[in-house]
Design a protein around this ligand. Structure first.
Ligand code: FEO
Ligand code: CA
Ligand code: CA
Ligand code: CA
Length: 613
């Protein structure tokens, strides 16, 4: 069984039951409100949002679409009970059918509309303020707001750092230096560094490009491995961004593909700073990066490549973190070693039956090694240069045999124990005879509901080259005997499906948001996504409880539990994203009762106590 010792206080709230409400549902005794919505002002002078009169100029000054990662950074020097903070949000992608009234297909969008969609990608940084002495927050809409910033896929300039910067595969006609990229795309989750910057992962950027079948023959293996449609030019489902900007046509600009797929770093306290794309951390479908400082001071970034059968990575900086030396710390992610995880198993293969049955030792667990891809500036992959390993990291990893995982999403070290948690969302393609069938670390074929993996670095040192692992949570309906909740009484556990984003509260409870709840009502209807919390040790370990649910058709992102524990932020992404829904005929009318608007909300306890405990 799983660990039961001393641990954080139990979570006292009453679980929110699974539901299909077009609302944020919080436990009794809690309240919630919207903090910022798509179209709300970011830069001073932003026009009031008008869904019928959108322009590029307005979107460039307004909150973008489909908020995903959220960070809340205290502004007034108090980690606890601060009154003022910066809220940073990723804008992962757009739903043109829910953005433009009268939408009849991407072919019919005007170039201005295409550019509005491009501009609605990126990030926003806004000032927020506490309401009274409560755990509630609101957007600041007055005053100078010097840190407020829109980082847009349409106009914001990024600098490229690291060994692949300036190399041939990053050069284009528009940027012969290979060091300057316009925009960031499909920013999914992220992290806050110990030196106060924001990291953000460029994930499914392949979807914005067309024409890969017209790219040079030598580019096609990589384009195919990253999911670019190399056989169907101008695929029918494409976003048609090539009509707005030829750089999205790979037949004309094949290297433009290589300029996305990075971890980007943004300094939210310097609105004039140039955001950077760090090639030393490799190029894949980056979910996120989270930093832990190794025992010797090096910065370690944990990273998932969110695709079925893809890998778990980590980067270890060459230089050491120096507390308080911001200028130095801003260079940490520019050079270092890159590794990919290979897991080993404690139980015989014959005991892994692919359904989730625990093996005879009572645990899905084992050891593992971090296989080097690049070390001390040298490629460790036969036949590939450092530049090739960093730009075509998936192809490089394929050559050295890491473990094919069930969609590694957020990877989050516990600030209390240093143990590292990996959300493995799902993998319905895992099967005998497929790319991989069930193994001890991905123990279910047709894994619809996902699981959570715990990784303990040797000597609890983030820079270690070996580790042990176990699976504390195998998600699904707790009535399903093939689910597992750290051995906790399953009659008390909330159903949970498709873990995506992870966070910790100050006492070390794990908070989990879900994406794509595959559980259904008895009538077969879909259930809303939500945010869940569970202790990881002590007698309540594995007692997963649903803290909130998001509106119909939405995905729950974030979450953030503030350092005083009193506020839980949730990004409500793509409310009403249901086939056939439009602005005029919405599947969700959240939050304003008319049409759906992605928004970041906050939940708190009006009695002033910390959330959860
Ligand atoms: Fe954008 Fe991996 O979710
Ligand atoms: Ca075992
Ligand atoms: Ca995600
Ligand atoms: Ca997500």
């Amino acid at each position: 069984g799983w660990r039961h010792g001393h641990g954080p206080r139990p979570l006292t709230f009453t679980s929110v039951p699974p539901n299909r409400a077009d609302a944020i549902t919080v436990p009794d005794g809690y309240a919630q409100r919207v903090v910022i919505r798509w179209g709300d002002p970011v830069l001073p002078g932003a026009p009031a949002f008008d869904v019928h009169n959108q322009t590029v100029a307005s979107q460039e000054r307004q909150f973008g679409y489909n908020n995903d990662f959220v960070a809340v950074l205290p502004l007034d020097g108090h980690k606890e009970h601060c009154r003022s903070a910066l809220l940073v949000a990723n804008h992962e992608y757009t739903n043109e059918e829910l953005i433009f009234p009268g939408f009849t297909g991407h072919d019919a969008l005007t170039v201005e509309q295409l550019k509005i969609a491009i501009s609605a990608h990126g990030l926003s940084i806004v000032e927020i303020e506490r309401i009274g002495h409560s755990g509630a927050w609101r957007l600041v809409t007055h005053g100078r707001r010097p840190y407020n910033r829109r980082i847009s896929a349409l106009t914001t300039k990024f600098a490229v750092t690291g060994p692949a910067a300036g190399t041939a595969s990053l050069k284009t006609a528009a940027d012969p230096t290979g060091r300057k990229v316009i925009g960031t795309l499909n920013n999914c989750a992220g992290g806050v560094t110990p030196w106060g910057t924001i990291l953000s992962g460029e994930e499914n950027y392949n979807q914005y490009f067309v024409g890969a079948d017209g790219a040079p023959a030598e580019a096609k293996e990589s384009l195919a491995r990253y999911g670019f449609a190399t056989t169907t030019r101008y695929p029918s489902g494409s976003r048609k961004w090539d009509r707005a900007d030829a750089r999205f046509d790979l037949a004309v600009n094949p290297n433009e593909a290589n300029r996305f797929g990075w971890i980007v770093e943004i300094d939210p306290t310097d609105p004039d700073s140039t955001p950077r794309k760090h090639t030393a951390l490799g190029r894949f479908k980056h979910e996120a990066a989270t930093i832990e400082i190794a025992k010797d001071g090096r910065a370690v970034a944990y990273m998932g490549d969110d695709e079925r059968f893809d890998y778990l990575y980590k980067f270890v900086s060459h230089k050491k973190y120096r507390p308080g030396q911001r200028k130095h710390n801003l260079t940490l992610l520019e050079s270092g070693d890159l590794f990919v995880a290979k897991l080993s198993y404690s139980s015989p293969e014959s005991e892994i039956d692919g359904t989730g049955t625990l093996p005879s030792d009572g645990a899905f667990n084992g050891g593992g090694v971090w296989l080097p891809l690049v070390k001390d500036g040298v490629s460790k992959v036969p036949g590939m240069t450092v530049e090739q390993v960093l730009v075509h990291t998936r192809l490089a990893a394929d050559k050295i045999g890491p473990t094919k995982m069930d969609r590694p999403e957020d990877v989050q070290p516990s600030p209390v124990t240093g143990r590292v948690y990996v959300a493995l969302t799902n993998n319905t393609a895992r099967a005998p005879g497929a790319k991989a069938s069930a193994d001890e670390a991905n123990p279910r074929n047709n894994n619809k509901h996902g699981h959570i993996l715990e990784l303990i670095e040797t000597h609890n040192d983030a820079a270690a080259l070996t580790f042990t692992w176990s699976i504390p949570i195998v998600c699904g309906d707790p009535a399903d005997p093939k689910t597992y909740f750290a051995g906790f009484d399953k009659t008390k556990v909330s159903p949970i499906s498709c873990p995506d984003n992870l966070a910790f509260d100050p006492s070390g409870n794990l908070w989990i948001s879900t994406d794509g709840n595959a559980l259904r009502t008895p009538e077969g209807l879909s259930l809303n996504d939500g945010i869940f919390a569970t202790p990881l040790s002590g007698p309540e370990a594995g007692h997963v409880k649903q803290f909130l649910s998001v509106p119909y058709g939405a995905e729950a992102c974030g979450p953030v539990v503030t350092e005083d524990g009193r506020s839980v932020f949730v990004a409500v992404q793509h409310p009403g994203e249901i086939a056939g829904a439009t602005v005029e005929n919405p599947a969700s009318r959240w939050p304003d009762g008319d049409f759906a608007r992605p928004a970041v909300a906050v939940a708190w306890r009006p009695d002033g106590r910390p959330a959860g405990v």
